[in-house]
Unconditional design. Structure first.
Length: 252
């Protein structure tokens, strides 16, 4: 996929990670060990790489947000994650798999840097600390995926949706003066692909959460999340929520 335009910039940006401070105290930053790379611009909705044209290198978001999706065994898209400024994606390219069954889409107007697989391999040989830094990034990502898999296997869809809203609020949102968190408008389809349920179930519970005051929408269409209230909802009886979710599923 060809970007709109390209420029030059240093790999080291001022983006801050949402990793807790005690982890940052011993965590290496890959950006400190990477050479300069062109900046590539993608408009919202543009493919960065696709199933037919897989990732050819490792990407770093310098502005905007990117959705990475895979396909399950039935060919349905599953959202792996949403990456924002300062975060890497496209690590599947390091495996040199011709068909990684993965695609990346600019969720909004986005700028990225890209280093080819060959460039990463050369940089690792010259700067071993880059290998350590990338391993730490992938290890933290693996821990996050393990937690998400546990939720998928053990919790009903409504609770998974609430976990998702809280996670997105913490990672991707901006806190308002009243403590609520404002996020860009995620479609119910995207949320469903991340949560692992149908769009109809997501719509049902998003409407319910809005009626009950757990979330609302700004005039611009942004989602405003009352994170503490949703966290309190999670602390309510899981058994009752599970029973309700089963009733909804049977009715659908």
């Amino acid at each position: 996929m060809q970007p709109e335009n390209a420029g030059k910039a240093n790999a080291c940006s001022d983006a801050q990670s949402d990793v807790p401070a005690f982890i940052n105290s011993f965590r290496e930053d890959p950006r400190a060990h990477l050479p300069r790379s062109p900046i590539l611009d993608y408009k919202a909705g543009r493919l960065i790489y696709s199933l037919d044209q897989p990732a050819s290198g490792l990407y770093l978001v310098t502005k905007g947000k990117v959705t990475v999706c895979r396909t399950d065994e039935n060919g349905r898209p599953v959202v792996v994650d949403i990456y924002q400024e300062g975060e890497f994606f496209g690590e599947s390219s390091l495996l040199r798999i011709p068909h990684a069954e993965e695609q990346a889409i600019a969720l909004e107007n986005t700028r990225v840097m890209m280093w080819s697989t060959a460039q990463i391999e050369t940089a690792v040989l010259l700067r071993p600390q880059l290998a350590v830094a990338l391993l730490q990034v992938l290890a933290l990502r693996l821990l996050d995926f393990k937690s998400r898999l546990h939720s998928l296997a053990s919790e009903p869809a409504p609770r998974r949706l609430v976990h998702t809203l809280i996670r997105f609020a913490e990672r991707l949102g901006q806190t308002n003066k009243d403590g609520s968190v404002q996020m860009i408008p995620f479609t119910h389809k995207l949320l469903a692909q991340y949560v692992g349920t149908s769009r109809e179930v997501v719509t049902l519970f998003m409407n319910r959460f809005r009626r009950e005051g757990y979330l609302n929408y700004s005039r611009r269409g942004d989602i405003v999340i009352h994170r503490d209230a949703l966290a309190e909802w999670l602390r309510e009886s899981p058994a009752a929520q599970s029973c309700e979710a089963q009733t909804v599923a049977m009715a659908g």
